[in-house]
Design a protein around this ligand. Structure first.
Ligand SMILES: *Cc1c(COP(=O)(O)O)cnc(C)c1O
Length: 407
C-alpha cells in the first residue's frame, strides 16, 4: 500500500476544500486519532453527522449484518430496510410519505421540485420560492440558489429563477413579500451554516400562518437540526409549528450517506410516477444503518443527554468567553451550539478552530464570525469537559499572541 499524507490531497484532489493539516484514521465515540496517533475530542461530529459517535457498535452491527445480505437493488424494486425506516419515520412525524435520497442537497432538491410542480398545477405563475438570508440548503445549482449566501451561486449563472430572499426572523418582510404566486417558503428551524441562529417561535408561527393564508407550502429544512440534534426528534416538534414538507440528512445516517424528504399523503401525490428519482435513494445499507440510528435516538437516553450536554457545553463556552473575551454569549438548541466571536475577535473563528486542533479538540465555524459545535448526541460529560479544557488552552494560546495569528 502506498503512503498517503495531507500533502497527497494537494496533488490528487480538486482544490474546493482546504482540509486540516492532520489526517484522521480511526475513531471511537467522541474521540478520534490521526496518522501520528494524536487524540482529538470531537465537538464537531463530522458537521452534525456522526450523531452516535465513531464506530458505534450498534451501527457497525446493523451495517455489517446488512452487508452480508443485500447492498443495492435500485428503485426498480423496493427493499425491507427502506420500508422499515419509512414506516418508523412516518409513524414518528407529521409525515405520511417518504422519498429517500443520499444527501441534504438532494432532499431539498426533491422538496423544491415538489413545490414547483405543485404550485404550477395550482395556478399559472404560482412558482415563487421564498427563502432567507444566510440560509443553507445545499450545493446543487437549485439548492445553492435558494440558499441565502450569494457568493455560493455567483459565477454559476444562469440560475433557476423566481427565488426571493428575505431577512430571517423578520415576519413583516415576509408578510409584505408573499403573494398568491408564492408556492413555498423554506426555512431552517435553527440556521446552522449561517451562524447557529434559531428561528424565534413567533417567526415560525407567523410563517406557518402566512403559508396558510397564501396557500403555499411550508418546507422545514431539518438536515442539520433533525434526528435529535436539537433535543427533539425533529426541531419542529418543539416549536408548535408543523411543516408541509420536511427534509433531513446529516445525522439521519450517523455517518452513512442518506437523505430523506417527508411530506403528507396529499402533497406526496404531486411526485407521481416518473416525476423524480435517484439510483441510490433508499439503498439497503444506508437504510439499515439509519434504522439503527433511529432506534437508538428514540429508544434510549440519548435525547435527555442532548439537553444536559448542550447546557454543559454552553456554560463552559460562556465561561471561556468571560475568561478570554474571545466569544460572546453562546446560543443554539440542544447540541447545535454557536458562540459568536466578540467584537475584538471578529472574523477569526477559524483561528480558534485551528488553535483547538493543535490542542486536541475539533470544533467548527459557521461563517467567519461564529464558532459552532455539533458533537455526537451521546457524548459523555467527561468528554465535553475534556473538549472544553482543550478549547480553553487554545484560547489561552491565542490570547498570548493575539496579533500574530492574523498576520
Ligand atoms: C448540510 C446542510 C445541507 C446540505 O446537505 P448535504 O448533505 O451537504 O448536501 C442542507 N441544508 C442544511 C440545513 C444543512 O445544514
Amino acid at each position: 500500500m502506498s503512503t498517503v499524507t495531507r500533502q497527497t490531497f494537494n496533488e490528487v484532489m480538486v482544490p474546493n476544500y482546504q482540509p486540516a493539516a492532520m489526517v484522521p484514521v480511526r475513531g471511537e465515540g467522541a474521540r478520534f486519532w490521526d496518522q501520528q496517533g494524536r487524540e482529538y475530542i470531537d465537538l464537531a461530529g463530522g458537521i452534525a453527522v456522526n450523531s452516535l459517535g465513531h464506530a458505534n457498535p450498534k451501527l457497525v452491527a446493523a451495517l455489517t449484518e446488512q452487508a452480508t445480505k443485500l447492498w443495492h437493488v435500485s428503485n426498480v424494486m423496493t427493499n425491507e430496510p427502506a420500508l422499515r425506516l419509512a414506516k418508523k419515520l412516518t409513524q414518528a412525524t407529521f409525515a405520511d410519505r417518504v422519498f429517500f435520497c443520499n444527501s441534504g442537497a438532494e432532499a431539498n432538491e426533491a422538496a423544491f421540485k415538489l413545490a414547483r410542480l405543485w404550485g404550477n398545477k395550482q395556478a399559472a405563475g404560482k412558482n415563487e420560492i421564498i427563502s432567507f438570508t444566510n440560509a443553507f440548503h445545499g450545493r446543487t445549482l437549485f439548492t445553492v440558489t435558494v440558499g441565502g449566501t450569494p457568493k455560493y451561486s455567483q459565477g454559476f449563472e444562469p440560475l433557476p429563477g423566481n427565488i426571493t430572499h428575505l431577512p430571517f426572523n423578520d415576519l413583516a418582510a415576509l408578510e409584505a413579500a408573499m403573494s398568491s404566486n408564492t408556492c413555498a417558503v423554506v426555512m431552517e428551524p435553527v440556521q446552522g451554516e449561517g451562524g447557529v441562529t434559531p428561528a424565534t417561535a413567533e417567526f415560525a408561527k407567523g410563517v406557518r400562518a402566512l403559508c396558510d393564508k397564501h396557500n403555499a407550502l411550508l418546507i422545514f429544512d431539518e438536515v442539520q437540526t433533525g434526528n435529535g440534534r436539537c433535543g427533539d426528534l425533529y426541531a419542529y416538534m418543539g416549536m408548535g409549528v408543523t411543516p408541509d414538507v420536511m427534509t433531513t440528512a446529516k445525522g439521519l445516517g450517523g455517518g452513512f450517506p442518506i437523505g430523506a424528504m417527508l411530506t403528507t399523503a396529499a402533497y406526496a401525490e404531486t411526485l407521481a410516477f416518473g416525476t423524480h428519482g435517484s439510483t441510490y435513494g433508499g439503498n439497503p445499507l444506508a437504510c439499515a444503518v439509519a434504522e439503527a440510528v433511529f432506534d437508538e435516538i428514540t429508544g434510549s437516553e440519548v435525547m435527555a443527554n442532548v439537553l444536559a450536554r448542550g447546557a454543559q457545553l454552553r456554560a463552559g463556552l460562556d465561561a471561556i468567553g468571560k475568561r478570554y473575551g474571545i466569544v460572546d454569549a453562546s446560543r443554539g438548541k440542544g447540541l447545535l451550539v454557536g458562540a459568536p466571536m466578540s467584537a475584538a475577535w471578529k472574523g477569526r473563528a477559524k483561528d480558534v478552530v485551528n488553535a483547538g486542533l493543535a490542542q486536541g479538540v475539533w470544533c467548527l465555524v459557521a461563517g467567519p464570525d461564529v464558532l459552532r459545535f455539533a458533537p455526537p448526541l451521546n457524548i459523555t460529560e467527561a468528554e465535553v469537559a475534556a473538549g472544553l479544557q482543550h478549547l480553553d488552552a487554545a484560547c489561552a494560546e491565542l490570547c498570548a499572541q493575539p496579533q500574530a495569528v492574523n498576520a
